[in-house]
Design a protein around this ligand. Structure first.
Ligand code: CA
Length: 232
């Protein structure tokens, strides 16, 4: 799997369970970590509580409709990119949606390829000002290209490994708890064992450290991990 969009977190707000489930599955297959909210109220709550890279927001939702959710977030100066899902018979029109501060629209029924393309586009636009190349010594990761290097050597990482490395690279020299890695790289609702993080850290070490006779990823007993600021 190409790790292009690893570590990106997407909130899906959709009340139709089969649609929500298929969105979650499809987005996860693209390497996103996905949370699902089943109504506007829950969607708004999650969008306030968690940091997402994008929100896929259905218009017709129980409790609070999608337009109101989006407008409320913008009023609160939350600029997370929003792609709205509108129905073909257009209960509410796109002009109204634009007023609410949505970034783009996809009309149901939509092709998944189109949705992914729109999501990538809005995230790229929003992320244009953010630093996308992260470094620690000669460890380098380009989040936009989805590639990472040790020196000149391109690293062959799975999307999860890439996401974990990206997360560590945003906090070089800091102790990062396993639970932080879990909540950032896996879904909000992940209920598996935190030990899964150890498995991935171990495989990551075999790719970013062992072949180069380095030891950049330190285990801090009882606390978590620390990526050496100088890349080890
Ligand atoms: Ca709906």
């Amino acid at each position: 799997m190409t790790p292009t969009l690893a570590a990106m977190r997407v909130l899906v707000v959709e009340d139709e369970a089969p649609m929500a489930a298929s969105l979650k599955r499809g987005l996860e297959a693209e390497g996103f970590a996905v949370d699902v909210a089943a109504d506007g109220e829950e969607g708004l709550w999650l969008a306030r509580e968690q940091e997402y890279d994008a929100i896929v927001l259905d218009v017709m939702l129980p409790k609070i409709n999608g337009y109101v959710v989006c407008r409320t977030l913008r009023e609160e100066e939350n600029w997370t990119p929003v792609v709205m899902l509108t129905a073909k018979d257009g209960e509410l029109d796109e002009a109204e949606g634009l007023d609410t501060g949505a970034d783009d629209f996809v009309t149901k029924p939509f092709s998944f390829v189109v949705l992914i393309a729109r999501l990538r586009a809005v995230m790229r636009r929003r992320g244009a000002t953010a630093a996308v190349v992260l470094t620690a010594g000669d460890l380098r990761l380009d989040a936009t290209e989805g590639r990472a290097w040790r020196g000149d050597v391109l690293l062959d990482l799975t999307s999860r490994e890439f996401a974990i490395l990206e997360y560590f690279l945003t906090r070089p020299g800091e102790i990062v708890a396993k639970s932080d890695v879990l909540s950032h790289v896996w879904d909000f609702a992940f209920e598996g064992s935190p030990n899964i993080v150890e498995v991935y850290v171990s495989s990551l070490r075999k790719k970013i450290d062992t072949p180069f006779e380095r030891s950049s990823l330190e285990t801090v007993r009882g606390a978590g991990y620390r990526l050496a600021r100088d890349g080890g």
